[in-house]
Design a protein around this ligand. Structure first.
Ligand code: BGC
Length: 266
């Protein structure tokens, strides 16, 4: 039996990057995967095709996670298709970078709406279904699992990205608060905090050898992460192997949070 056999798993923002790798890793472990996308139906369909090609089960569902009606419709579609939901990966996220004095309210709101409010809207719908259904012992000892995709920037301040850092700092206390609230229902909730992972969101930081060399100064392990690094962590966290892991953040960052500047200074 695979580690996530038959667990219905919704991965928001999984038409590319970390979300796509998480969707594929979950499907490879037997999960039935809902590949959510806001705009890129082509990307989402490609992920679904890749999953089907190795014998997995997946569908693509459109929804902008910052829109309450679209989130509700997406959960209805998931339940209509697969009967329930077992795992939510709150992954959808974006950056709209600007220095504070140049940042528009639109840039601020967009990042908070998608990265933080989107996690709230999806977690709320998932939790309702987990509480309604309870534990299905053949599938898992948890009544449901939520994984919030955070960032090293839930603890590392980031000049020029205050909207993004605020959204991820918010995700940290959101996750911990709902973990405290829902533990009694056997709903397990944790975050993954990726460091620099090679995806479209941070292409500028690794696409040239010079940029990559600069980036590596921030990574003691001396390698930029790849989406599969996060896929593996997500599979483990969703599985019963992580049964007693609750309300915490797993940093998957090659040591980025170790204050690498202090390796020689201080
Ligand atoms: C950001 C990336 C950045 C990484 C490390 C992530 O959360 O989205 O742009 O490279 O953190 O700073």
């Amino acid at each position: 039996m695979k580690r996530l056999q038959d667990r219905v798993t919704l991965v928001t923002g999984s038409s590319s990057g970390i979300g796509a790798a998480v969707a594929e890793s979950m499907a490879a472990e037997g999960a039935k995967v809902v590949v959510n996308y806001a705009r890129s139906s082509k990307g989402a369909e490609a992920v679904v095709e890749k999953i089907k090609a190795f014998g997995g089960d997946a569908i693509a569902v459109q929804a902008d996670v910052s829109q309450e009606d679209q989130v509700k419709n997406m959960f209805q579609k998931v339940i209509d298709t697969y009967g329930t939901i077992d795992v939510l990966v709150n992954n959808a996220g974006l950056q709209k970078d600007a220095n504070l004095v140049d940042m528009t309210l639109e840039q601020w709101n967009k990042v908070i709406d998608v990265n933080l409010t989107g996690q709230f809207l999806c977690a709320r719908e998932a939790a309702k279904e987990f509480i309604r259904r309870g534990v299905t012992p053949e599938k898992s000892c948890a009544a449901g699992v939520i994984i919030c995709m955070s960032s090293v920037h839930e603890v590392i301040p980031w000049a020029g990205h205050c909207n993004y850092a605020a959204s991820k700092g918010g995700v940290m206390l959101f996750m911990q608060s709902i973990a405290q609230e829902l533990a009694a229902y056997k709903i397990r909730i944790n975050s993954i905090a990726p460091g620099a992972i090679k995806t479209p969101i941070n292409k500028e930081a690794w696409e040239t050898p010079e940029a990559e060399a600069e980036l590596l100064k921030l990574i003691p392990y001396n390698r930029v992460g790849v989406p599969e690094d996060i896929g593996k962590a997500a599979v483990w966290l969703a599985s019963d192997e992580a049964e007693y892991v609750h309300g915490t953040t797993i940093f998957v960052d090659g040591g980025m949070t170790l204050y690498p500047g202090f390796a020689t200074g201080g």
